[in-house]
Design a protein around this ligand. Structure first.
Ligand code: AHR
Length: 346
């Protein structure tokens, strides 16, 4: 072989070996040469409802709580609002309060405004159960934890930090048991229901029906939207339609019961002619028990401010919280009503 041919072959081998070296994967890549690892997915609660920048030393002074109250429809609601305002004054956190006048669209706008303001936490009492997914997602995207208070939402629990409130279904069951005792021989009853689509009305209606004895028949059910003003005409219409045919009424709150009692009086009925089971345990409900109109009042506690504030601070500090905190509640009867009335806080 000529010298020039040898040189060509040598050059070719050199070029080939350079190409192969460039294309071959490195046997053990040095850690430093690796791109930064993608962040591992934090547990949903830790990532989405994460601590505030002041954690773990946040105090109430660092907190701005958004409280888009659903309305002012009842004495219960007035007490609930006062509980949050009192707690804010006591602890020294800022409360962004609004009254949605029982309209979901107003609550959604209030939540959006709070997200824009960059509040620390949102305490949401949802007027109805459905329709919250979009705005909960917006709060989640903004890293603002939402505590659902009082009534429930139908959104997946991963969409909010926690729920604090009553077990509405259990309240309905207690009401059903009370009605069974009041009408041991059965009878026809009416239902004056709360706001249609609200967790309170749906849960109470469900629990009541699950417990009610088979010899007691609900012959009609209409909403009175949790207000005295709407409770009265519904009962007036009921009494005209079913005169002489009803023995009892399950009324979803004391305000509607008080409105209904006005209609019952106007129809010439006497205390006890209709056995009434109501919900809330407000002073008005207690007075109606003292006067003989309500036979059982199932407690629903509105004083949620302290619990919600405590949980909000834990969330800000990145501390663990319970996903569903149910209020411990009792049942009241006329025998103790006069004695307990002066002690009632709402
Ligand atoms: O969600 C709680 C209910 O709402 C109370 O029973 C009622 O009084 C209020 O309006």
């Amino acid at each position: 072989m000529k010298k020039s041919d040898m040189a060509k072959i040598f050059g070719l081998v050199l070029v080939l070996s350079m190409i192969l070296t460039a294309c071959a994967p490195a046997a053990t890549p040095a850690p430093a040469a690796q791109p930064p690892a993608a962040p591992t997915q934090a547990p949903a609660a830790a990532k989405t409802f994460g601590a505030a920048s002041c954690a773990p030393n946040c105090t109430y002074k660092d907190m701005t709580m958004c409280f888009p109250q659903l309305g002012a429809e009842s004495d219960w609601r007035t007490a609930d609002t006062a509980s949050f305002k009192d707690e804010s004054a006591k602890d020294g956190f800022k409360l962004v309060f609004s009254d949605a006048q029982q309209k979901q669209e107003n609550q959604i706008s209030a939540v959006r405004s709070c997200i824009q303001q960059g509040v620390s936490v949102i305490a949401l009492p949802p007027v109805v159960e459905a329709g919250w997914d979009a705005v909960l997602q917006e709060a989640k995207d903004a890293g603002i934890p939402v505590i659902v208070v009082d009534r429930s939402v139908s959104a997946d629990p991963s969409m909010y930090a926690s729920h604090i409130g009553s077990d509405m279904e259990l309240e309905g069951k207690k009401a059903g048991e009370a009605m069974n005792k009041l009408l041991p021989n059965g009878g026809n009853i009416l239902e004056l229901s709360g706001t249609t689509g609200s967790g309170a009305a749906t849960g109470r209606a469900k629990g009541f029906r699950e417990t009610l004895a088979s010899n007691i028949k609900i012959i009609d059910s209409q909403t009175g939207n949790f207000t005295r003003a709407e409770g009265k005409p519904v009962m007036e219409a009921f009494l005209k339609k079913y005169a002489g045919q009803v023995q009892g009424a399950f009324i979803h709150n004391d305000d509607m019961a008080i409105g209904a009692i006005e209609a019952i009086k106007a129809a010439g009925l006497k205390p006890g002619d209709l056995k009434i089971v109501s919900v809330d345990g407000t002073r008005g409900g207690f007075q109606a028990m003292v006067d003989g109109w309500i036979q059982t009042d199932v407690e629903c506690n509105p004083l949620l401010g302290p619990q919600v504030a405590e949980m909000a601070l834990k969330l800000m500090n990145g501390q663990p919280i319970d996903k569903n905190v149910l209020t411990n509640e009792t049942v009241y009867y006329p025998d103790k009503a006069a004695e307990l009335l002066p002690t009632r806080q709402y």
